[in-house]
Ligand binder design. Structure first.
Ligand SMILES: Cc1cc2nc3c(=O)[nH]c(=O)nc-3n(C[C@H](O)[C@H](O)[C@H](O)COP(=O)(O)OP(=O)(O)OC[C@H]3O[C@@H](n4cnc5c(N)ncnc54)[C@H](O)[C@@H]3O)c2cc1C
Length: 534
């Protein structure tokens, strides 16, 4: 029996990074009735809120959609695990908390690619309005936004990494988010408030939860967008109360993320007509760009055994040090538990004459061979290295017309020769950094790929055998002014009224570093566009 819930103005599918912002912003108007439907549970688990819980949740697969790519031809036909958050706050509740706006040129490129009005000059005030920067006051940083951004206390090996990068020729960069091109090496910035995850679920949605005009339903999987006479009029969802239809008088807003958003559109008849026909789905709108233009960052690692130098591996093997870490966190909200995916970052040009950074190195103060296998039983650190702006493009397609079936993900990593070249140069740069003091003095053994890995062929073997995702899929329902772009630059679906897409799918191009702040930007702007539309 289908229950009709009919008086919302906005129905938002997906309560992740973007959906939480949309729900909070749209319900600021007491006259606007808003429903947010999230497939996962509320974000109550304490490990969501302790930054180091990232590694724990990640390894366990809890709150995870657990996607996998198809066998990747350039990665030895391996299927790559793609975790995505399935919980209020979405991937932003389980991610590594690295907070980087991106380079100004990233957004200028968006504007050039047809996202009119998204140049850096246009979006910079929005970035400032999102953030509450806890570092030294700066005109370039926001001080009153909802998302807190801080620099955690750094471990000794991370400080050594920074010095070794400088010794290898990289400039120091004390602030990644000040509107200058991201280049050089410096400490990481994390979205944390007093050592706790500062997610959009906590900072935007939680304070709005008591509003009479906002209804948040968790455990609710949106299965289809209802389309009548060329207009999206609502969605159907499987909720804890059974199958329900939620009607939207003003707009359906899809925020289910870069994988589920194209899937939901295709299941609703919006996509490439030929593919929909293959799946036996009636085409409501032939929009061939849906599911295409998939981009992601690929990363490979150096895994190093070190002398004792305060790595997480040492701390976790010693009950006294564990207790100290717990107390440190409890009383100062600092120390290893307050750190997410990494401790220091480097962005580097790896091509002679390059005008901007092409590669990212992330220093991690622990070592694992795989997250599932857990921490190695000795001191260790890792360098992650990858390319900032890959040229390879993948695609998401349906496996079947059933909502329960995961879509097919073809990332096509390293399909473009430039991506191979840049990641190889990033590997060589990492080795140059490792060979500089003071880091060189800390390293006992190179566990992966091994010191005999010196030429392109050997590096490429290592990359193909071990590289994985940085968890940044995006671009699968991109905005632009060309015919193939499913969205216009105000994030409206072209060809069907009443339908906005606002999440990582909407990016025309992947930003150079980690992408969550760009998702927040898209969500804030979507809310503004929707409110302006009346
Ligand atoms: C393990 C991991 C580490 C990462 N580390 C970083 C990092 O350190 N820094 C950084 O900037 N970025 C990081 N990212 C990327 C970043 O978190 C994401 O790009 C961002 O959160 C995506 O936001 P979104 O709103 O597009 O999607 P999501 O936040 O994934 O939200 C989508 C939401 O929709 C829900 N949903 C999906 N389908 C349905 C449906 N049919 N019905 C109802 N609800 C549905 C999901 O459960 C989810 O809550 C990481 C991501 C992961 C997974």
């Amino acid at each position: 029996m289908i229950d009709i819930i009919g008086d919302a103005d906005f129905v938002i599918a997906g309560g992740g990074t973007a959906g939480c912002i949309l729900a909070a912003r749209l319900s600021e108007d007491p006259a606007a009735k808003v429903i947010l439907l999230e497939a996962g549970p509320p974000d109550r688990d304490k490990w969501i809120h302790i930054p180091m819980g990232y590694a724990k949740l990640f390894g366990s697969g809890v709150y995870d959609w657990r996607y996998e790519t198809e066998p990747e031809p350039n990665l030895d036909d391996r299927r790559i695990h793609w975790p995505r958050g399935k919980v209020l706050g979405g991937s932003g509740s389980v991610n590594g908390l690295v907070y980087l706006r991106g380079s100004p040129r990233d957004y200028d490129r968006w504007a050039q690619a047809g996202a009119t009005g998204w140049s850096y000059d246009a979006v910079e005030p929005i970035f400032r309005s999102i953030e509450h920067w806890e570092g030294d006051p700066s005109d370039a940083r926001g001080a009153e936004g909802k998302v807190h951004v801080a620099v955690p206390r750094m471990a000794p090996a991370a400080a050594a990494f920074i010095e070794s990068c400088v010794a290898a020729g990289l400039p120091r960069n004390p602030d990644w988010n000040n509107g200058k091109p991201i280049d050089g090496v410096g400490p990481i910035q994390l979205n944390t408030r007093r050592g706790r995850r500062s997610s959009t679920a906590q900072e935007y949605l939680r304070p709005a939860m008591g509003r009479q005009n906002l209804r948040v339903i968790t455990g609710a999987i949106t299965t289809r967008i209802v389309i009548a006479e060329g207009r999206a009029t609502g969605v159907v969802a499987m909720t804890p109360a059974g199958e329900q239809t939620f009607t939207a008088k003003r707009q359906v807003v899809v925020c289910t993320g870069a994988i589920e958003t194209p899937k939901l559109l295709m299941l609703s008849g919006i996509g490439d007509g030929a593919h929909l026909a293959e799946m036996g789905i009636e085409t409501r709108l032939h929009s061939p760009g849906v599911g295409r233009n998939l981009q992601d960052h690929l990363v490979a690692k150096f895994i190093l055994r070190t002398k004792p130098c305060g790595t997480i591996n040492e701390i976790m093997r010693n009950p006294l040090r564990q207790a100290k870490m717990g107390l440190d966190y409890l009383f100062t909200r600092n120390g290893p538990l307050s750190v997410g995916a990494g401790e220091a970052n480097a962005f580097a040009r790896v091509t002679p004459g390059a005008e901007e950074a092409e590669a990212q190195l992330l220093f991690v103060n622990f070592a694992v061979i795989t997250y599932q296998a857990g921490l190695l039983p000795h001191p260790g650190v890792m360098f992650n290295f990858g390319q900032c702006r890959p040229d390879s493009r993948g695609r998401i397609t349906l496996r079947s017309p059933n909502i329960e079936d995961k879509p097919r993900i073809r990332a096509n990593y390293l399909e473009h020769p430039n991506d191979v070249r840049v990641i190889l140069e990033a590997a060589k740069l990492s080795r140059r950094v490792m060979e500089q003091r003071p880091l060189a003095n800390l390293i006992e053994e190179e566990l992966r790929p091994g010191t005999d890995t010196r030429d392109d062929e050997a590096y490429l073997r290592h990359i193909r055998a071990t590289a994985s995702t940085v968890f940044h899929p995006c671009g699968t329902v991109r905005m632009g002014t060309d015919d193939q772009a499913p969205l216009d630059p105000t994030l409206r679906l072209k060809g069907i009224a009443g339908l906005t897409v606002a999440d990582a799918s909407a990016f025309p191009l992947i930003p150079s570093p980690n992408i969550q702040p760009a998702v927040m930007l898209v969500a804030e702007r979507a809310a503004t566009f929707l409110r302006m539309a009346g």
